[in-house]
Write a protein that binds this ligand. Structure first.
Ligand SMILES: [Fe+2]
Ligand SMILES: [Fe+2]
Length: 183
């Protein structure tokens, strides 16, 4: 069992908001909306685990811990949320677990459900940064373009803050740039 901590009120509101947006996006892209909704509800469930507990919890479950995760253990909160869904709540739906696993840094190849959760997390209505609303709108008509822009935002944000960019995020951008790419 993953020792989860109660979510702060603001975080819970974010999760519900992500879930609702996931539901609507799933309807737009012919994905099972309830599975998408549940991904939203669960995606940040491990977010309040103290950072110093994250690496041992991940290692005990063979979750990969690379240089980026050692520097920023919070990057593990998606993988630990997926582990908690399986261990604590008996959820065995691999597509849902993967979407939750991948919501933090993305992945070189992403399913529709992965993309819906990733974009919903970055653009739910409680997010107030410049451009959030237009990115949210774009997600309903061009999910791949919205994903590409969200990834660029993420990389720019990391660079501005002096954080290193996770290799999976860079791989996602790289793959998006290839002409044969089908995401
Ligand atoms: Fe998250
Ligand atoms: Fe989130």
């Amino acid at each position: 069992m993953i020792p989860l901590k109660p979510l702060k009120e603001k975080r819970m509101a974010h999760c519900v908001s992500v879930a609702k947006l996931c539901y609507d996006l799933a309807l737009a892209y012919d994905v099972d909306p309830m599975r998408a909704y549940l991904c939203g509800v669960f995606h940040d469930i491990a977010r309040e685990i103290p950072e110093d507990e994250m690496i041992p919890l991940a290692k005990a479950r063979n979750i990969p811990v690379g240089e980026a995760e050692r520097r920023s253990p919070l990057l593990l909160h998606g993988a630990l949320a997926a582990a908690a869904m399986a261990e604590n709540y008996g959820i065995g739906d691999e597509e849902m677990l993967n979407a939750v696993r991948r919501h933090t840094v993305g992945a070189p190849a992403m399913t529709l459900l992965d993309k819906i959760l990733f974009i919903a997390d970055k653009t739910e209505p409680l997010r107030v940064y410049d451009g959030a609303a237009s990115l949210r709108e774009l997600a309903f008509t061009d999910l791949n373009r919205a994903l590409a822009l969200a990834v660029e935002n993420e990389i720019r944000y990391c660079e501005e803050k002096g954080y290193s960019v996770h290799p999976d995020t860079l791989a996602l951008r790289q793959r998006r740039a290839e002409p044969t790419e089908i995401l």
